[in-house]
Design a protein around this ligand. Structure first.
Ligand code: NAP
Length: 245
C-alpha cells in the first residue's frame, strides 16, 4: 500500500492535476472537494487508473469543524494521511477601497485559515509516524502583490509565513513543509480574465506561455516525495520565470 495523500480542492484545476500526478507516483489519494462531487469522482476514476486507491470527500476547508470531520472520515476509511496538499483556494477581487469585509474574510478563511486547520489535523499522525509532507499552494501574488487582490495577496503571503514557521517546528520530526507559488495557470480561476489582460500577462512570462496545472503538479509531486527530505521551509515559484530576480 502506498502513502496516502490528501489534496484539497482536487475536483478541478491544479488540485485535480496534483491528485492524478500523485496517483501516478504510486500514492493513494483522498480527493477533497467543496461542491463538485461528479468532478471529484472523475478525478478518483483517473487516479484509480494508476492502480492506487482514491476516494472523494466533501468538505468546506474554510470551516474548522468541517476539516476535523474530513480528517476523521479519511482516517477511518483510508488510513492516516502522510502527504497534505493545501491547494483549495478562491479569489474575490476588488480594489481595496471597495473591498467588502465579506470578500476579505472569505478569502482569508478559504486560502489561509484552511491550511492551518488542515495541517493541524494532519500533523499529529505525521509526527507519530515521524514522516510527513505538507505542500501549500500559494501564488506569486503573495510574493510580488497584485492590484485588486489585497485579500488574496495577504492570504498567500500569510501561507508562506505559516509554512516557514511550521517547517521549523516539525523539521526534527521527519515532516517537511514547503510552498509552491504558481504564476498564471490556465484553470477556471483564471478563465474569467479578459483577453486583453491575458495578452498583457503573457508579455511578462519569459517562457512565453501560460502554465498548465500539470506544470504545478510535477513540482508538488517532488515536494511530496521521499526525494525532497532535505528541502523544507522553501517557496518554489512555478511561473515560467515571471518573478525571477
Ligand atoms: P479552481 O480551478 O478555481 O479550483 C478551486 C478548487 O478549490 C476546487 O476544487 C474547489 O472545489 C476547491 N475549493 C474552493 N473553496 C473550497 C473550500 N472552501 N473548501 C473545499 N474546497 C474548496 O482553482 P485553481 O486555479 O486550480 O487554483 C488552485 C490553487 O492554486 C488555489 O489556491 C489558487 O489560489 C492557487 N493559484 C492558482 C493560480 C492560477 O493561475 N490558476 C495561480 C496561483 C495560485 P469545488 O470544485 O467543489 O468548488
Amino acid at each position: 500500500m502506498g502513502r496516502l495523500a490528501l489534496v484539497t480542492g482536487a475536483s478541478r484545476g491544479i488540485g485535480r492535476a496534483v491528485a492524478i500526478t500523485l496517483a501516478g507516483h504510486g500514492m493513494d489519494v483522498a480527493v477533497c472537494y467543496k461542491s463538485n462531487a461528479e468532478m471529484a469522482d472523475a478525478v478518483c476514476a483517473a487516479a484509480e487508473g494508476a492502480g492506487v486507491r482514491a476516494k472523494a470527500f466533501q468538505a468546506d476547508v474554510s470551516s474548522p469543524e468541517s476539516v476535523d470531520a474530513l480528517f476523521k472520515e479519511v482516517k477511518e476509511s483510508m488510513g492516516p494521511v502522510s502527504v497534505l496538499v493545501n491547494n483549495a483556494g478562491i479569489a474575490r477581487d476588488n480594489l481595496l477601497i471597495r473591498m467588502k469585509t465579506r470578500e476579505w474574510d472569505e478569502v482569508l478563511a478559504s486560502d489561509l485559515s484552511s491550511a492551518f486547520y488542515c495541517a493541524r489535523a494532519a500533523l499529529r499522525d505525521m509526527v507519530k509516524a515521524r514522516y510527513g509532507r505538507v505542500v501549500c499552494v500559494a501564488s506569486v501574488v503573495g510574493l510580488v502583490g497584485n492590484a485588486g487582490q489585497c485579500n488574496y495577496g495577504a492570504a498567500k503571503a500569510g501561507l508562506i509565513g505559516f509554512a516557514k514557521s511550521a517547517a521549523r517546528e516539525y523539521a526534527g520530526k521527519g515532516v517537511t513543509v514547503n510552498v509552491v507559488a504558481p504564476g498564471f495557470i490556465d484553470t477556471d480561476m483564471t478563465g474569467v480574465i479578459s483577453e486583453d489582460s491575458r495578452t498583457a500577462l503573457l508579455a511578462q512570462i519569459p517562457v512565453g506561455r501560460l502554465g498548465r496545472p500539470e506544470d504545478v503538479a510535477e513540482v508538488v509531486a517532488f515536494l511530496a516525495s521521499d526525494a525532497s527530505a532535505y528541502v523544507t521551509g522553501q517557496v518554489l515559484a512555478v511561473d515560467g520565470g515571471m518573478t525571477m530576480c
